[in-house]
Design a protein. Structure first.
Length: 287
C-alpha cells in the first residue's frame, strides 16, 4: 500500500510484515520510530513532526497491543482507522508505516515478557494490572524490529515515558528517547485517542481534569507544600463533578517518587473516569 506524502516526491510506504519492514529499512542511515496504536490525532502528528527533526526516515508503527490492555479494558472497542491514519501520516511527511497484524507480532503466545521497573507499580500501574509489562514488551519488540536510533513518545503518557526511558537505560538499547509536549484542544483538554469515546456532555466536562491539575500546579508554584491536601481537593472536586478518580498525585520528575523537601522538579498526574472513558493528564511543576 502506498499513499502520497506531503514532501516533494515523498511517498508513504505501508508494510505489515517484519521481513518487509527490515527489507525496506536496509541501508537507511537514520531511522526514527514513532510507536502508536493508531486512531491518530494532532498529538501523534506532533510526534511525527519532531521525529523528522531527528532522522531521514520516519517509521510510525500502528499496532493495538493486546498485551497492554487490562482484563475488561477497551481492547475490542479501540478504534482501528488504518486508512485515515495513513492519510494523516502521509500528509505529515512520515516515510514508512509498520502496521502488523496480531499474528505477525505475536505469532505464538508471548511467553517472554519484560518486567517493568518498580515505578510502574504505582499510579496507572496500580489501576491497570499488566499494562506496563505489555508496553515494555511491545516497545522492546519494536526496537528490535525497527532498530531506530531515536524513538519519539508523548509526554501525556508521563509514566509510560519514564518506564520506557528506564527500559532503554537498563537494557542498553542504543535508542535515544525524545519526549514531546502534550498537544491540547483549544479548551485545554489533552488530546487522546480515547476522547472520541466521550458523549458531548462528557466532552464538555472533560476539561475539568486539566483544570484541577492546573490548580494544584498554581498552588505549589505560589509556595504551598501541602501536596497531599492539594491532591485531595482536586480529587474531591472531580468526584463532586461526577468523575470516578483513580488518582491525583504529586511525584518528583527524577524517579516518579513521592517528593521530599529537597525536590523542586515535580509533576502532578491524574487519571479519572468520565462514564466509561478513562482520561489521564499531567503537568510539570517547578516548586
Ligand atoms: O502510547 C501508546 O500508544 C502505546 O502505549 C505504545 C507506546 C504505542 C505501545 O503500544
Amino acid at each position: 500500500m502506498n499513499a502520497e506524502g506531503a514532501g516533494p516526491g515523498s511517498r508513504l510506504e505501508v508494510v505489515s510484515t517484519v521481513e518487509a519492514l527490515r527489507a525496506r529499512l536496509r541501508g537507511e542511515a537514520s531511522v526514527v520510530l514513532v510507536p502508536t496504536m493508531g486512531n491518530l490525532h494532532a498529538g501523534h502528528l506532533a510526534l511525527v513532526a519532531e521525529a523528522r527533526r531527528h532522522g531521514s526516515c520516519v517509521v510510525a508503527s500502528i499496532f493495538v497491543n493486546r498485551l497492554q490492555f487490562e482484563p475488561g479494558g477497551d481492547f475490542d472497542r479501540y478504534p482501528r482507522t488504518l486508512e485515515r491514519d495513513c492519510e494523516l501520516l502521509a500528509a505529515a511527511g512520515c516515510h514508512v508505516v509498520f502496521a502488523p497484524g496480531e499474528s505477525e507480532l505475536y505469532p505464538e503466545p508471548q511467553e517472554i515478557r519484560l518486567a517493568p521497573p518498580k515505578a510502574a507499580e504505582q499510579l496507572c500501574g496500580e489501576f491497570r494490572p499488566g499494562h506496563f509489562e505489555g508496553v515494555v514488551t511491545v516497545v522492546a519488540k519494536l526496537f528490535n524490529i525497527v532498530a531506530p536510533h531515536t524513538a519519539v513518545f508523548g509526554r501525556k503518557d508521563y509514566q509510560q515515558l519514564f518506564v520506557i526511558r528506564t527500559l532503554v537505560r537498563q537494557m542498553n538499547y542504543p535508542v535515544r528517547i525524545v519526549g514531546v509536549d502534550t498537544v491540547r484542544e483549544p479548551d485545554g483538554l489533552a488530546m487522546s485517542s480515547r476522547n472520541g469515546y466521550l458523549s458531548s456532555e462528557e466532552r464538555t466536562k472533560a476539561v475539568r481534569l486539566g483544570r484541577e491539575l492546573r490548580a494544584v500546579k498554581a498552588a505549589i508554584e505560589s509556595g504551598r507544600r501541602d501536596h497531599e491536601a492539594l491532591c485531595e481537593i482536586a480529587t474531591a472536586n472531580l468526584t463532586a463533578a461526577g468523575w470516578r478518580v483513580d488518582y491525583v498525585a504529586l511525584r518528583n520528575q527524577s524517579g516518579l517518587a513521592v517528593p521530599g523537601p529537597a525536590d523542586r522538579d515535580l509533576v502532578v498526574l491524574g487519571a479519572a473516569w468520565l462514564g466509561r472513558t478513562r482520561l489521564i493528564d499531567n503537568l510539570e511543576i517547578r516548586a
